[in-house]
Design a protein around this ligand. Structure first.
Ligand SMILES: Nc1ncnc2c1ncn2[C@@H]1O[C@H](COP(=O)(O)OP(=O)(O)OP(=O)(O)O)[C@@H](O)[C@H]1O
Ligand SMILES: [Mg+2]
Length: 257
């Protein structure tokens, strides 16, 4: 007899993925989705929210620093997902920020407000890597103070990566405190020794899912790998993945050659 399963799970509803995760993502977990450009991170995030809204009656919020609202709506329509309708029905909220214009302290404040009024069950943050790109801009006094840095600390030279790491840890803790299940998207530079660009979010995250584009003979194939998922017995294999007409499909039971 197996052990009794006490962990409540949030189903991604993505074909094959919940199976890999022993039923889904542990409720209230913060999971890093890391991968290279075009590996399917944004699509996976959107699919997680669309399935939540359509199949599980859960509200979702999509926070993006990367793309415009129009880009997101158009990408989703490619897979038959009508985000505008879900928004109209109060099941989804798409929020766009521009870190070159908005300070991180402003973003965090807005986010707190929206979570407490909209009360979503699922959140996608696309992407945490943007924080690193704008580290210098984030170094306004208000943001630094909100990250717990004192005047004395600011007097010494603050390196961009120090600010980035602190900001990333702060965001991960903030997401955790909301009491919802989040996917945090992270760009993975090629040939990185780390699992994220900021090098710290992998430790703060409850789970890490890597998306790959692999070169195999003449063709490229997509694959997915669960590297870490607290409270979960999961496969450690590299599993092939498809971008099908209605979204991502994980081909559990198949192998990557
Ligand atoms: N309708 C479609 N059918 C099949 N595949 C598609 C379709 N639309 C987009 N794609 C694939 O999805 C990729 C984009 O996926 P996505 O935007 O999720 O990647 P990403 O990992 O978020 O990339 P980035 O780091 O650049 O933001 C495209 O490059 C393309 O290969
Ligand atoms: Mg993306």
């Amino acid at each position: 007899m197996g052990m009794v399963e006490f962990t409540e799970r949030t189903k991604t509803g993505i074909s094959g993925l919940d199976e890999l995760l022993n039923g889904g993502i542990p409720k209230n977990a913060v999971v890093l989705i890391s991968g290279g450009a075009g590996s399917g991170k944004t699509v996976m995030g959107l699919q997680f929210l669309v399935n939540g809204a359509m199949d599980y009656g859960e509200k979702g919020i999509f926070v993006t620093f990367e793309e415009t609202r129009e880009d997101i709506l158009a990408q989703a329509l490619q897979f038959g997902w009508d985000l505008a309708k879900l928004e109209h029905d109060g099941k989804l909220k798409i929020v766009t920020f521009t870190l070159s214009k908005h300070h991180l302290s402003f973003v965090n404040f807005q986010l707190d407000e929206m979570i407490s009024t909209f009360k979503p069950n699922r959140l996608v943050y696309d992407s945490i890597s943007t924080i690193g790109v704008y580290a210098e801009i984030l170094a306004d006094v208000e943001t630094l103070t909100s990250l717990g840095l004192k005047k004395e600390d600011m007097a010494i030279e603050l390196r961009p990566d120090t600010i980035t790491r602190r900001a990333v840890m702060d965001i991960m803790a903030r997401l955790k405190s909301y009491g919802l299940t989040s996917l945090v998207i992270s760009e993975l530079p090629k040939q990185s020794n780390f699992l994220s660009r900021d090098t710290v979010s992998e430790f703060a995250a409850d789970g890490i899912i890597l998306l790959h584009c692999l070169e195999r003979k003449e063709k490229k194939i997509r694959a997915i790998e669960v590297l870490k998922m607290r409270r979960t017995k999961h496969s450690m294999d590299l599993i092939p993945m498809l971008m099908a007409d209605n979204g991502i499909e994980v081909l559990t039971g198949e192998k990557v050659y």
